[in-house]
Design a protein around this ligand. Structure first.
Ligand code: KIV
Ligand code: ZN
Length: 521
């Protein structure tokens, strides 16, 4: 019988750290529910001490989502561990995941400590976590640049302190598959109490080897892989969940290991992550790219017609690839819509259906066909509906043309007061964002990034705008989709402004200013 590999999904924590990938509370809950349908073993729901929003999301996921273990991240500090426990304690299966950097550069440069001091911090954090929670994971951050002897000591000591899982992260994506194999084998052969814990691996993709490195670790005996849907994550991202899972499933002969993942939910999950984060999947991406199962060349098509196995190593239906045209139109009923949404992985409370249906009708009225991708957008918009808003966009209007200087007009509302403002720019989006910037009195606000993409096919595709803004050292991302890209851009820009303002307000309410990005070396 093949070994079961535990799949630990960190899309909601490490994936969400990708610049521009931030998800709001409603979106995170939707994704956590879908991860449960995917039959994931562990969901890392967030980093509770990092912000009140993250804390609330982890807490809500822990309280609602049944099936997977729900983990929260915590630095090896008592205040982090305690805050993490507060967030995950009501989960059916709570897990505290605590970590500290163990490479020389972390120990000496980042912390200004000795190896013995860092080891003691790791042990103290694990002991504290074990006094609160039955399931504790420890990560030796930057393990692949840690001296093998010290790494062994840390692994042995944290297992002795009670960690049930010890994770070996390649934090900076530096490892090769051979080195990873050797590192895990070295731990398996030299750490006396290794049998008392599951060894895990967590790879980043800076050199494009994260999946290969994860698989090399599995071959060497790792029992857990940490990964993200679509491989999203900071910099080049994390190891991609769907690639690891399908490699293990398709090449059982090589690994003698498999997962419990319901692979037929892979496409739904991938599309949901893409819509919720605004990160498009490249067409040639393995497993979930639009071309992953497309056979264009005549010679391939001919071979496929005779026997699918000629050119196909996996069946599209095994990853849940189905025809994505949604055939209902403006006269479709609520029942049909609900069934389709449920098939896509969304669970809808009875009191939410009316509003979702209204949104569906307003899209269906303006489009000839509604695609699955449109439904993902409708669901994201419905999920963000209850988000607190500082400024509300009432109206947007532009005048532009070949010999005209583009002019934008916006009407915004805040606390019942309405303001109308005009702006100018090099193009219609520039003019509208200029008007918003003036209205909200944030003259120094810079547009760091702007992209717009068609979500579905054809002339009547929804256009999705993603905008990153910068104010001094602070950045925020806003997104919106609409049939009108100017409207989507204005709303995306205002969403980014609102997110900056909300962050400022929550800081005023006293957040841990010291909570770092876990990847800052
Ligand atoms: O990459 C990394 O080292 C991490 C740890 C916090 C597990 O994300
Ligand atoms: Zn990471």
């Amino acid at each position: 019988m093949s070994r079961k590999i535990v799949v630990f999904d960190t899309t909601l924590r490490d994936g969400e750290q990708a610049p521009g990938a931030s998800m709001d509370h409603g979106a995170k809950l939707q994704l956590a529910r879908q991860l449960a349908r995917l039959n994931i073993d562990v969901i890392e729901a967030g980093f509770p001490i990092s912000s009140p929003e993250d804390f609330e999301s982890v807490k809500a996921i822990a309280a609602e989502v049944r099936g997977p273990s729900i983990a929260g991240l915590a630095r090896a500090l008592p205040k982090d561990v305690e805050r993490c426990w507060e967030a995950v304690q009501h989960a059916q299966k709570p897990r505290i995941h605590t970590f500290i950097g163990t490479s020389k550069v972390h120990v000496e440069k980042r912390f200004g400590k000795t190896e013995a001091e860092v080891l003691q911090m790791a042990v103290d954090a694990v002991e504290l976590a074990c006094s609160l929670c039955n399931d504790v994971e420890f990560s030796a951050e930057d393990a692949l640049r840690t001296s093998p002897e010290y790494l062994r000591d840390v692994v042995e000591a944290t297992i002795a302190a009670g960690a049930k899982t010890v994770n070996i992260p390649d934090t900076v994506g530096y490892a090769t598959p051979w080195q990873m194999h050797e590192t895990i084998t070295g731990l398996m052969e030299n750490v006396p109490n290794i049998g008392d814990a599951v060894i895990s691996v967590h790879c980043h993709d800076d050199l494009g080897m994260s999946v290969a490195n994860s698989l090399a670790a599995v071959r060497a005996g790792a029992g857990q892989v940490e990964c993200t849907v679509n491989g999203i994550g900071e910099r080049a991202g994390n190891a991609s969940l769907e690639e690891i899972v399908m490699a293990l499933r398709t090449r059982k002969d090589e690994f003698d290991a498999d997962t419990d993942i319901n692979t037929r939910e892979i496409m739904n999950t991938s599309r949901m992550v893409s819509t919720l984060t605004g990160f498009a999947v490249q067409p040639n991406k393995a497993i979930v790219g639009a071309n992953a199962f497309a056979h264009e060349a005549g010679i391939h098509q001919h071979g496929m017609m005779q026997d699918r196995q000629t050119y196909e190593i996996m069946r599209p239906e095994d990853v849940g690839l189905t025809e994505s045209v949604f055939t209902l139109g403006p006269r479709s009923g609520k029942h049909g819509l609900r069934m389709r949404l449920e098939k896509l992985g969304y669970s809808i409370a009875p009191d939410e259906m009316e509003e979702i249906y209204e949104r569906f009708l307003s899209v269906a009225d303006r489009k000839r066909r509604v695609y699955e991708e449109d439904l993902h957008v409708i669901m994201r918009q419905a999920a963000t509906e209850d988000m607190p808003e500082v400024w509300h966009l009432e109206r947007v209007q532009v005048t532009t043309g070949t010999s005209l200087k583009p002019m934008g007009l916006v009407v915004l509302r805040r606390n019942g007061d309405t303001i109308t403002m005009v702006g100018h720019g090099n193009g219609p989006v520039d003019a509208v964002t200029d008007a918003i910037r003036r209205a909200v009195e944030m003259e120094e606000l810079e547009m760091a990034d702007y992209s717009v993409r068609g979500i579905t096919r054809g002339q009547d595709a929804l256009g999705e705008a993603t905008i990153r803004v910068r104010l001094g050292d602070e950045e925020a991302v806003g997104q919106d989709a609409s049939l009108d890209v100017i409207e989507a851009s204005a709303q995306a820009y205002l969403n980014a402004v609102n997110s900056l303002l909300l962050r400022e307000m929550s800081r005023d309410q006293g957040v841990d200013e010291d909570a770092p990005d876990p990847h800052v070396l």
